[in-house]
Design a protein around this ligand. Structure first.
Ligand code: ATP
Ligand code: MG
Length: 512
């Protein structure tokens, strides 16, 4: 029995256990596309591989042709099929695993290369279904293989090794976030926190399993670093920082002793800073007070003493929590995102430590989605979000906190954090520097697969990492209930204004 479905070609040239060059048969030419799965025999059994690239050529039309007239006669001969043999289609295949191992749910990379002349087949649909749509707990569908009608599932347990979703603008990142978050909640009762920078996500069709929250923080839960961040205190303002820090420590102490309530916190912080004489001169105390006044005028709505104190009342277990950050500037967004990343990590650690007795902390694992990661976790600047995201990237796995980074500018994302994302969903990327950067951060992305990135359609992605059985080219499912994100129909909106002006004119005419 053959390894695969239909004969498509033969191995030519020199092969390694990982790669072969294949020349395709004329009959199969119209059925081939990059990203499809092929199989062949090796002395140790059938192996499955992915077709990474395709090139066509003709011996009669080499790169060196200079006479256009000669081309014409060759083309008409080729068109009449007389010289079909002169045109060829070749491709590189990356061999991924022995088929038998895959059928048993494991991966075993080939150790012996296939021999030249060995037949190459298209993979059987039922084998691909076994591999890519296993009926196992924790695997959810996010789309279909691009090249064949087979459902594509990922292993959500492996998402705790983090994920990056990368693409040019309009490539389909938010749609991917939508489908992923929705299915995690719907099918697995999971917990997802989504930091929505543009207010573009609705409830994703989850009804009461989604909460869209205003970004508010209880002042008694603010860390000193967050206050410093919101106050825009320059790095070199050491004395002002000391005044604020001492005032904050004192206020926190009073709050913990029950001497003041959360509602009085910011007022009391101001009072305590005012009293900070010590070594500080009046000018520096005034500087610190100005910073606190700035926080009040800019972030009054964010710092809310009525915000719940308990994390599980804000990020409800088993639900999708969306923080709409569209009204905030970058500093406000940085404070909010880092605040909840910090608390999730700290409270998950607490939960793990105290679990057996009377447990406190955050009770369930959670995934956090950070849109616009190049702004919040940038390459060349320190932000609080960068700090806590890299802590989660390193430690989150032990405590069940997963990071999902989303960006259209991969090269501007902090490389330490990006390279910790073991899983990648890479949609269309055009800029060579971005592609190179992504390749540096992902061991599994071969040059040939990377070369496919500029040509991908919206919603088409190369998926790699431990959440995926094998590298795959996938068409992500369309997530209908995303609020917006596609381009605005500017022309219709303009013409609507003209129409409504006309109707006002008509109304006026009828009055006068
Ligand atoms: N899987 C898909 N199937 C079909 N169309 C898609 C798919 N994904 C995205 N699109 C189309 O592309 C548009 C843009 O998608 P999306 O908003 O997800 O892109 P984005 O990468 O988040 O863009 P931005 O960088 O602007 O946020 C969608 O409105 C939709 O029309
Ligand atoms: Mg988007």
């Amino acid at each position: 029995m053959s390894c695969g479905e239909n004969l498509v070609g033969w191995i030519v040239g020199e092969s390694s256990p990982a790669r072969s060059l294949v020349i395709f048969s004329h009959d199969s030419k119209s059925n081939l596309s990059a990203g499809m799965y092929l199989v062949t025999e090796t002395p140790k059994g059938c192996v499955l591989g992915i077709l990474e690239s395709l090139v066509s050529g003709s011996r009669l039309l080499p790169n060196s042709v200079t006479d256009p007239n000669s081309v014409n006669s060759v083309i008409s001969a080729i068109n009449q099929n007389e010289m079909l043999g002169e045109t060829y289609l070749k491709g590189n295949v990356m061999w991924l695993s022995y088929l038998d191992a895959l059928k048993n749910g494991s991966i075993d990379s080939p150790k012996v290369p296939p021999f030249p002349g060995t037949i190459v087949y298209s993979a059987k649909k039922e084998d691909l279904e076994n591999i890519f749509s296993p009926n196992e707990k924790g695997w959810i569908k996010i789309g279909k293989l691009s090249t064949i009608d087979v459902d594509y599932k990922i292993n959500i347990n492996k998402l705790q090794r983090h994920l990056a979703i990368l693409a040019v603008t309009g490539g389909g990142k938010s749609n991917t976030v939508c489908i992923l978050s929705r299915n995690i909640i719907k099918e697995l009762d999971g917990t997802v926190v989504l930091f929505d920078m543009h207010g573009e996500y609705g409830d994703l069709g989850l009804g009461d399993k989604a909460n869209i929250r205003k970004p508010i923080i209880n002042p008694a839960k603010l860390s000193f670093e967050e206050i410093k961040d919101l106050s825009r205190l320059p790095e070199n303002a050491i004395n002002q920082e000391r005044i604020l820090r001492r005032a904050w420590l004192k206020t926190m102490d009073e709050y913990k002793k029950g001497q003041i309530s959360a509602a009085d916190f910011m007022e009391k912080l101001y009072e305590n800073a005012k009293e900070e004489k010590g070594d500080a001169n009046k000018r520096e105390v005034d500087g610190a007070l100005n910073k606190l006044e700035d926080i009040k005028s800019m972030y009054d709505e964010v710092i809310d003493p009525n915000a719940p104190l308990e994390l599980k009342e804000i990020i409800e277990p088993g639900k999708l929590t969306i923080f709409d950050l569209s009204e905030l500037d970058e500093i406000g967004a940085d404070a909010i995102v880092s605040h909840f990343l910090r608390r999730l990590l700290q409270e998950r650690k607490l939960w793990k430590r105290t679990k057996s007795g009377n447990a406190t902390g955050y009770p369930v694992p959670a995934f956090t989605v950070i849109e616009e990661a190049h702004i919040l976790i940038p390459n060349k600047r320190n932000t609080l979000t960068s700090y806590w995201a890299s802590r989660i990237a390193r430690e989150g796995r032990k405590f069940g906190v997963g990071l999902i980074l989303v960006s259209q500018r991969p090269k501007n994302v902090n490389p330490d954090v990006l390279s910790q994302t073991n899983n990648k969903i890479i949609l269309k990327i055009v800029e060579p520097q971005d592609i190179e950067y992504v390749q540096d951060a992902s061991e599994e992305l071969s040059q040939d697969l990377a070369d496919l990135l500029p040509g991908l359609n919206p919603g088409e992605a190369i998926i790699i990492g431990s959440m995926a059985k094998l590298p795959a080219l996938v068409k992500i499912e369309l997530c209908n209930s995303k609020k917006s994100g596609g381009d605005i129909d500017i022309v219709s909106e303009w013409s609507n204004i003209n129409k409504s002006n006309e109707s006002i004119d008509e109304d006026l005419k009828s009055v006068f």
